[in-house]
Design a protein around this ligand. Structure first.
Ligand SMILES: Cc1cc2nc3c(=O)[nH]c(=O)nc-3n(C[C@H](O)[C@H](O)[C@H](O)COP(=O)(O)OP(=O)(O)OC[C@H]3O[C@@H](n4cnc5c(N)ncnc54)[C@H](O)[C@@H]3O)c2cc1C
Ligand code: SF4
Length: 481
């Protein structure tokens, strides 16, 4: 159980962050990995409290007490083996997971949680540095094949698990590089794309084939859905060529804000901006959305909005204002609230820390300008029962803006794909497939499975990984019956 007086004597150690004034000058990762000594101390704070709520709160159910025990004994190789037994890409979750596990850490009731995520990152980085991450091709083929549609975390995890079980796996991806939102969405300062390239090489060594720029089902995507596709493969062709088809298309259709003035120049979906920046950082030409010296308004309160803020600041925006129509959450909450799950409390992302004005309970009512955006009209709102929003009288305002980025989340996967396969959807337009039970991950067509945001709705990388892994098991069970 870690060190006998671990958490009593050892305070939580945070990973070193580059200071704001330094990190906003580049797009590289700015958070460093813990040293060996810090990792031993951090892991030694775990008290192995008996009921590992942390493990329960993590969708992958990583076995933190055992991992921490091995790490605090300085046996990083053993700790990594335990970690990779449940998590395909811990170097990725160790960087960008919101660490649901730490909300479940019993220590967080009275003290700061064990830094589980920082230990995870360290173990993964250590394992790569010491050649412990090996491709594990299946010893023999089972002569069955699976097509995975979408190369985000759900598709990659599913592909890896199936390939290791002996399947011949082909991943179809409409974009020019694999990775889904890990590649085109999440900024490089949060996640270096070299980490994804490294994993793609591992998957290829394990026998997975990638067919890039290949659209499945349809090329008729909704506005705001990006595609580099040059080829199309139909649903019927895929079904004829593969024993099982797994759809992992993400939740790509962005929520729009169809207000007066929406047609003005200077208003973009968040991913138009973020994807173009990922491409610029990868040497594929400048981001056409120029925000240098511009007044930028980001509409939305989530992770995508934060990524727009950090990116706009690095691009030299004159100002960045975030409009969040939710009310400001309390700074302090009873530690038992929602335990062991996510606590609804006020948080500041590293991008918000870099210098933006945050306005809460502030709803956009109109985009203003002549030809090009020059501002947004707003009103303060009050939230009532049943999530009813009421505008408050005499609270109308106006914010000058040259660029508006709409980061209001994603509704569902592209309807064209779902229709091409003739699948049932849930009430929100996600691919209908149960999470558990007899037909887990199976859609209304028994040959077709679904996992990740395209099934669950927009979520997190850790859930996508978990669904991808479980879906692989569901496919295996179905094809082994
Ligand atoms: C800007 C942004 C930042 C985020 N930051 C975080 C974060 O910090 N931490 C976190 O945990 N989560 C974050 N998320 C959420 C996280 O990225 C997603 O939950 C996760 O990537 C979903 O994985 P997925 O595999 O289901 O889908 P995706 O990653 O969306 O991948 C789906 C893939 O399917 C492909 N595809 C779709 N349709 C077709 C088709 N018809 N033919 C061929 N290919 C197709 C797409 O091109 C895409 O590559 C963020 C999301 C966004 C938008
Ligand atoms: S994947 Fe996320 S929730 Fe799970 S242990 Fe790692 S940081 Fe925690």
């Amino acid at each position: 159980m870690g060190f006998e007086r671990g958490f009593i004597e050892i305070k939580r150690i945070e990973q070193p962050h580059q200071p704001v004034e330094m990190r906003i000058r580049h797009f590289n990762e700015f958070i460093s990995t813990l040293s060996d000594k810090e990792t031993v101390l951090q892991a030694g704070r775990c008290m192995d409290c008996g009921i590992p709520f942390c493990s329960h709160a993590c969708p992958l159910h990583n076995v933190m007490p055992e991992i921490n025990q091995a790490a605090c004994e300085n046996n990083f190789a053993k700790a990594f083996t335990l970690l990779e037994a449940t998590n395909n890409f811990p170097e990725i979750t160790g960087r960008i997971c919101p660490a649901l596990c730490e909300e479940g850490c019993t220590l967080s009731l009275t003290d700061k949680a064990v830094g589980i995520k920082s230990v995870e990152r360290k173990l993964a980085d250590y394992a790569f540095e010491h050649g412990l991450v090996k491709a594990r091709p299946a010893p023999r083929t089972n002569h069955k094949s699976a097509a995975i549609v979408g190369s985000g975390p759900a598709g990659l995890a599913c592909a890896q698990e199936l390939a290791r079980l002996g399947y011949k796996v082909t991943v179809f991806e409409k974009n020019d590089s694999a990775g889904g939102l890990l590649r085109y969405g999440i900024p490089d300062f949060k996640l270096s794309k070299k980490l994804i390239d490294r994993r793609i090489r591992q998957l290829e060594t394990e026998g997975v084939t990638f067919r890039l720029q290949t659209m499945v089902g349809s090329s008729d995507f909704e506005p705001g859905v990006h595609s580099d596709g040059t080829q199309l493969i139909t649903a019927a062709e895929l079904k004829a060529q593969f024993d099982a088809v797994v759809l992992c298309p993400g939740s790509e259709v962005p929520r729009d804000l169809p207000l007066e003035g929406r047609g003005l120049n200077g208003i973009y979906f968040a991913l138009d901006f973020l994807i173009a920046q990922n491409r610029e950082n990868n040497g594929c030409g400048p981001n056409p959305i120029e925000v240098k010296d511009q007044k930028v308004v980001v509409i939305g309160g989530g992770e995508t909005a934060s990524d727009c803020i950090g990116t706009a600041i690095r691009k030299g925006a004159a100002s960045v204002t975030q409009l969040d129509y939710h009310e400001k959450l309390p700074e302090n909450v009873d530690p038992f609230t929602n335990f062991p799950y996510w606590k609804a409390k006020f948080r500041t992302s590293t991008s918000q820390e870099e210098g933006c004005t945050r306005l809460f309970a502030c709803s956009t009512t109109k985009f203003t300008g002549k030809g090009h955006l020059d501002g947004v009209d707003t009103v303060q709102v009050k939230w009532g029962p049943g999530r009813k929003i009421t505008p408050l009288p005499d609270t109308e305002g106006h914010i000058d803006a040259d660029i508006a980025l709409i980061a209001m989340g994603y509704a569902h996967p592209s309807a064209a794909l779902v229709q091409a396969f003739g699948l049932k959807t849930d009430a929100r337009g996600n691919i209908a497939a149960p999470l558990t039970g007899e037909g887990a991950y199976r859609t209304s067509d028994p040959q077709i499975f679904a996992a990740g945001d395209g099934r669950k709705g927009q979520s997190l990388v850790v859930y996508a990984l978990s669904e991808g892994r479980q879906c692989a098991q569901a496919v295996h069970q179905a094809l082994s019956a």
